[in-house]
Design a protein around this ligand. Structure first.
Ligand SMILES: [Zn+2]
Ligand SMILES: [Zn+2]
Length: 315
């Protein structure tokens, strides 16, 4: 019964604007769900008293940090991509969308991480002894990220107690975080204080999905966007800032993320963008696309979209 409710909810949330629609009656072995769409701090954002967040507090509107989940429908195995500070709510949603029940202390089988900034990995702490006390959650990350987790508390305690089982990879090497699910790994430029930063292309039997939530502006890495987009059906891309208007006090040249306006200009003529399959996430609480319906509609008219919580892609 619970499982049917999960399936119905999932069908209702199938990627709304993307032309690469899954055929209604056919489902692939792997399904991907969006579990969060905002920048590291989510929304409301701690420390923000501006209208973006005071309004969100007043209305109860909540956005979780960017995260994806993949379920293998054959085995029931679950992969979480990014462990955010909102991991409990996000995994509850993931279980509902995937029709999973009774996971207990093993809420997922595997985790895949892009980098060591707080919105992307702090949730790992909740697999530890104070909370879930999980056993051997397969944690896939770059070698540098694995070295950081192994050397620094509280993460190293999770590794020593076997709550996380690290699976480090060399950037550029393809990995298989769930049996049968190939993931291509790409090193991307970003503020790399504690780890390097990865982007991923998930290769399912039917579709390829790009996930690049955090990256420096495209002109800092010529050719990178084209490389990441190669052969991709659906792209979830860094949409931290729209056009810089949300940061009036900052010089545009100081904003390290690619602006959404720049990404759209670069991708406007590509097949993926024409099909509505370039979808922005990791949006900052101040990003006007989260607050301005007219602006959002204009973006959608150009063929782009904002990732929505719970939307799904058949891989
Ligand atoms: Zn705010
Ligand atoms: Zn980051």
């Amino acid at each position: 019964m619970r499982q049917r409710a999960g399936l119905a909810l999932w069908l209702a949330l199938l990627l709304p604007a993307c032309a690469v629609r899954p055929e209604a009656a056919v489902s692939s072995r792997f399904a991907l769900f969006v579990l969060g769409t905002a920048q590291d701090g989510g929304m409301p954002h701690l420390g923000c008293d501006r209208q973006c967040c005071s309004e969100a507090r007043r209305t109860g509107r909540t956005l979780h940090p960017a995260s994806l989940g993949v379920v293998d429908r054959e085995s029931g195995a679950l992969l979480l991509i990014e462990a955010t500070p909102r991991i409990e709510e996000q995994l509850a949603l993931f279980h509902r969308l995937a029709g999973t029940t009774g996971r207990g202390r093993q809420p997922v089988d595997a985790v895949l991480l892009t980098h060591a900034h707080i919105g992307h990995y702090l949730g790992l702490a909740l697999f530890g002894r104070e909370v879930a006390a999980s056993r051997g959650v397969a944690t896939h990350c770059s070698q540098r990220m694995a070295a950081f987790l192994t050397a620094n508390g509280p993460w190293k305690q999770l590794v020593e107690l076997g709550q996380l089982a690290l699976h480090p990879f060399a950037p550029g090497v393809a990995i298989e975080p769930l049996p049968g699910l190939l993931v291509l790994t790409f090193s991307v430029p970003h503020r790399d204080e504690f780890s390097d930063t990865m982007a991923y292309v998930l290769v399912g039997p039917r579709r390829r999905v790009l996930f690049v939530p955090d990256v420096d502006a495209w002109d800092r890495a010529p050719g990178l966007l084209q490389q990441l987009m190669h052969g991709v059906d659906v792209a979830y891309i860094d949409g931290t800032f729209y056009d810089g208007r949300e940061l009036p006090e900052r010089d545009l040249a100081e904003i390290r993320h690619p602006l959404m306006t720049d990404t759209m200009a670069r991708l406007e003529t590509t097949a993926a963008a024409k099909g509505g399959c370039v979808r922005f996430l990791h949006c900052n609480h101040t990003n006007p696309v989260l607050h301005d319906e007219v602006l959002r509609a204009a973006i959608e008219r150009r063929g782009f979209g904002l990732a929505q919580l719970g939307e799904g892609v058949e891989l």
